[in-house]
Design a protein around this ligand. Structure first.
Ligand code: GTP
Length: 333
């Protein structure tokens, strides 16, 4: 059979089978997924970005750490098998139990993974049946099967209260990680996100950059136009920046007039270009009484094996240097 025919046949198979087959190219970060993967979870075929974020974002939060640990153990050679059961989020918001099994098919000269392929299998019915059986066994052991219906009623009630509680916890979590004035992330949100993204950059050997900016002569704006105008500037600037960023980027207010952006999958070069674009866009912002502002920027890319604190203090230093160079400029390294 010619290779064209083999490809054609393979594509037809991938289109038919119900398992979700995935293929991760670590060189480019590209992940292709078969139509079965989308159908299994109820999403439109091809409706997600073809990167690892899509996978990580559908994993149940309670399973996430376990899955990452297993993945890292396999890719770093600590374990010789990648096979794990966990829950993935469906289009309707519910979770589906799947079995994920994969194999490394190619490595770089230094041993790091360059390509890995795998398949997600729907095992939801099996897990639910097992759980049901466990529950019934437990009831039988207690000689209390007649109480099953009563318990089921109680369970439904509890489930409802749990959902309400979960919603309240989510609301509190959002409040505790949001800056009250500008509605972007606060310092806590920044610290959590930075730690997660550094771990992710190390795990996948992907680039990670950060931009920090500080409004120039902000004290003068407050002194001359009033604190309320100062607040308006902070809100307007944060809103503009947030609108420009991608879904997986993070923006947080670090200090009074200082904002920081965490940009996964972004090189220093790309972050530098973005900073220059922001610098120009900021000069085009007009606030009350025709007020305009400028900002000083620091840009940096995470260096393999460095400490998160060193990554952050480097960028803080660059903002300081931008101020020293006369403000309204970008310092990158
Ligand atoms: N309106 C308003 N002002 C704030 C807020 N938080 C901090 N500030 C003010 O931000 C100003 C920061 O001033 P400085 O740190 O001296 O910096 P700057 O005037 O911007 O000067 P350079 O950074 O050197 O260009 C102070 O006057 C703070 O009172 C806030 O939430 N609202």
């Amino acid at each position: 059979m010619s290779s064209k025919m083999v490809n054609h046949t393979l594509n037809a198979i991938l289109d038919i089978i119900r398992e979700g087959v995935w293929d991760w190219d670590a060189k480019t970060g590209h992940v292709s997924r078969s139509p079965g993967w989308y159908r299994m979870l109820g999403y439109d075929v091809g409706s997600f970005a073809e990167d690892v974020f899509t996978w990580e974002n559908v994993i149940h939060p309670d399973d996430y750490a376990r899955v990452m640990e297993h993945f890292e153990a396999y890719t770093t050679g600590k374990s010789d098998l990648y096979k794990i059961e966990y829950r993935c989020k469906k289009a309707d918001g519910d979770y589906l139990w799947i079995e994920d099994a994969a194999k490394i098919v190619d490595r770089f000269a230094d041993g790091q993974v360059s390509r890995m392929i795998g398949a997600h299998l729907n095992i939801d019915d099996r897990i639910r049946a097992e759980n049901d059986l466990k529950k019934k066994n437990q009831l039988l052991k207690q000689g209390n099967l007649s109480l099953e219906y009563l318990l089921e009623d109680k369970n439904a009630e509890l489930e409802f209260s749990n959902k309400q509680l979960e919603y309240k916890i989510k609301q509190i979590e959002t409040l505790s990680t949001t800056d009250a004035l500008t509605k972007v992330g606060n310092r806590r949100n920044f610290e959590i996100t930075l730690n997660n993204e550094v771990a992710r950059a190390k795990r996948y050997h992907h680039p990670l950059s950060m931009i920090m900016l500080d409004i120039d002569f902000f004290k003068k704006i407050n002194d001359e136009h009033g604190h309320q105008t100062g607040d308006e500037v902070l809100i307007g600037l944060a809103g503009m920046l947030k609108e420009q960023l991608r879904e997986n980027d993070c923006i947080a207010r670090w200090g009074g007039e200082e904002f920081v952006m965490i940009l996964p999958e972004t090189t220093l070069y790309q972050a530098h270009i973005l900073s220059e674009r922001f610098r120009e866009m900021i000069s085009g912002l007009h606030f009350s009484k025709g007020l305009t502002i400028t900002c000083s920027f620091g840009v940096s890319e995470f260096e393999k094996d460095e400490e998160t604190d060193d990554f952050f203090s480097r960028i803080d230093r660059f903002v300081y240097q931008a101020k020293e160079r006369g403000r309204n400029c970008v310092v990158a390294a």
